[in-house]
Ligand binder design. Structure first.
Ligand code: FES
Ligand code: FES
Length: 158
């Protein structure tokens, strides 16, 4: 049965009509057209679907969209500042941390949350901060390098 509600994503209020049991990643992608958030395992294992809920990273494949009402959802689409890429985005490209790119949006959101709570993380803290995100391509080193590089310049609002 469909429910009508509103979701606030990247500072914008979106009306939603969706079944009560729809997960957040599905609603973001299929109903709101925010396809930056990826769906991989659909089982809380890979982190491809990572978004921030009130600043905390969550696997949106395993979170009911209706439960996110009244919360602030941040997705990878919100990282850009108009035409300007976020330092995490420029650094992940420059460091070669993007290959197929499927993990990248989730990685960026976990990294963003990490830098918000720990502006100058150690390598160990970066590894822990991204431990919920799997990458099949890069071997992780270039991604960790990108987060470290971005931490030197990130003073950017969510
Ligand atoms: S798609 Fe959500 S954790 Fe893999
Ligand atoms: S770049 Fe391909 S899964 Fe990470």
């Amino acid at each position: 049965m469909s429910e009508i509600y509103e979701l606030r994503v990247n500072g914008v209020d979106y009306p939603v009509t969706a079944d009560a049991n729809r997960n957040l990643s599905g609603v973001l992608r299929d109903e709101l057209g925010l396809t930056g958030t990826k769906e991989g395992c659909d089982d809380c294992e890979c982190g491809a679907c990572m978004v921030l809920l009130d600043g905390q990273p969550i696997n949106s494949c395993s979170y009911l969209a209706a439960q996110a009402q009244g919360r602030e959802i941040s997705t990878v689409e919100g990282l850009m500042d108009r035409d300007e890429m976020h330092p995490l985005q420029t650094n992940i490209l420059e460091c070669g941390g993007v290959q197929c790119g499927f993990c990248t949006p989730g990685m960026l959101m976990s990294a963003h949350a990490l830098l918000e709570r720990t502006p100058e993380p150690s390598l160990e803290e970066i590894k822990v901060g991204l431990s919920g995100n799997l990458c099949r391509c890069t071997g992780y080193g270039t991604i960790f390098e990108a987060v470290a590089a971005a931490s030197k310049v990130e003073k950017v609002e969510p």
